[in-house]
Ligand binder design. Structure first.
Ligand code: FNR
Length: 360
């Protein structure tokens, strides 16, 4: 009996297996509105055989998008477009669909990766960025404005509003994006947070704004739906977030009522050296957080490429769920193929089954 294909409760949601399609920006939106490309991408992922699909980092306000081609969820048109996508998909797939809500902070206002390597947007497409402190992500990038009290209140409210919109649009799950050097990481990490007020310095202070956002999202999201959070186990740079800090942050989020903790790393320091081609290179962060909060549901991601690798790490208790990104782009039937590899035939959608052969 494969553990990967044993159903798993995530808060109020039961997943048919433990494979999650990780959020993946498509950089294909117009004014934050998802397009037909997003509809086919989400549909393809929903049919991959995974137990859950999480849609890409979605800006809670216009200034919170990474690039000008990112999706957002701050207006009615965006909400309606997401609702349409979900309404169509649920006519042929029962895979739950979640959305990752985020704010890019000082890493906002960029081009998509295929234009100028995703560097800062040109003047006619750029906007003012905000962060914990007025420290640019790297040389030549926009220098952000440090958020003041009113700015922090605005961002907290934007997260709450986007969460309500996600509920109305019909999402089954929200994942709060507190990872990869975006705004919430910028507060958490001493490398991007030089504040001397209650929001900087000791970990308790650096967590204060991310936890305010997390609480606002928790309050705005129904308890009948699942809620998770993605955060870093490391900045991969001396003086950055430590795994011990991630354990404390994870415990606080679990205690706040977050249904899963999703461990990733990096993205806050442009020069960090990340062993990103090592199989399972971020799994130790999931394992460490699992050790600190054994009753929490913990998700591992990063170079989990083969079904056997996924099965082994679940059996070893290093995580409860695994997320896959590039491998499922490469093989959009990754979940079905994993089922076959682990001796558990998984039904393809009926029109794809061989049952129709006699009718050719
Ligand atoms: C990503 N990743 C990512 N992460 C995230 O938290 N929000 C996002 O919107 C995106 N966008 C994104 C786009 C694309 C095209 C890729 C390939 C990746 C990171 C992703 O979720 C995952 O953590 C990493 O890719 C590592 O997992 P894999 O690819 O080794 O399975």
């Amino acid at each position: 009996m494969s553990l990967l294909f044993t159903p798993r409760a995530v808060g109020p949601l039961t997943l048919k297996n433990r494979i999650v399609v990780a959020p993946m920006c498509q950089y294909s939106a117009v004014d934050g509105v998802p397009q037909p490309w997003h509809a086919q991408h989400v549909a393809r992922m929903a049919l991959s055989g995974a137990g859950l699909v999480v849609i890409e980092a979605t800006g809670v306000e216009a200034a919170g998008r990474i690039s000008w081609a990112d999706v957002g969820l701050w207006n009615d048109e965006q909400e309606a477009a997401f609702a349409r996508i979900l309404r169509d998909i649920c006519t042929y797939s029962d895979t739950p669909i979640g959305i990752q809500l985020g704010h890019a902070g000082r890493k906002a206002s960029t081009n998509p990766p295929w234009i100028d390597h995703g560097g800062p947007a040109p003047a006619d497409q750029a906007w003012e960025t905000v962060s914990a402190s007025a420290l640019a992500y790297r040389d030549g990038w926009h220098v952000p404005t440090a958020l003041d009290a009113a700015g922090m209140d605005r961002v907290v409210e934007a997260f709450a509003q986007a969460t309500r919109r996600a509920d109305r649009a019909g999402f089954d799950l929200v994942e709060l994006h507190a990872a990869h050097g975006y705004l919430l990481t910028q507060f958490l990490s001493p490398l991007s947070n030089a504040r001397t007020d209650d929001y900087g310095g000791a970990l308790e202070n650096r967590m204060r704004f991310p936890l305010r956002v997390a609480q606002a999202v928790r309050d705005a999201w129904p308890r009948t739906k699942a809620l998770g959070v993605r955060f870093n186990g490391s900045d991969w740079t001396e003086g950055g977030i430590t795994v011990e800090e991630a354990q404390v942050f994870g415990r606080a989020l679990h205690d706040m009522g977050y249904d899963y903790l999703h461990l990733t790393s990096g993205g806050n320091v442009a020069t960090a050296r990340i062993p990103g081609d090592l199989p399972g290179y971020q799994v130790p962060f999931a394992e460490a957080v699992k050790a600190a909060a054994p009753e929490a549901t913990v998700m591992a991601v990063g170079m989990i490429v083969t079904p056997g690798q996924a099965e082994d790490l679940l059996v070893a208790g290093q995580a409860d769920l695994i997320a896959v990104a590039r491998a499922v782009l490469d093989d959009p039937n990754w979940g079905h193929h994993a089922a076959t590899a682990l001796g558990r035939p998984e039904a393809l959608p009926l029109p794809y089954e061989r049952a129709g052969v006699e009718r050719w």
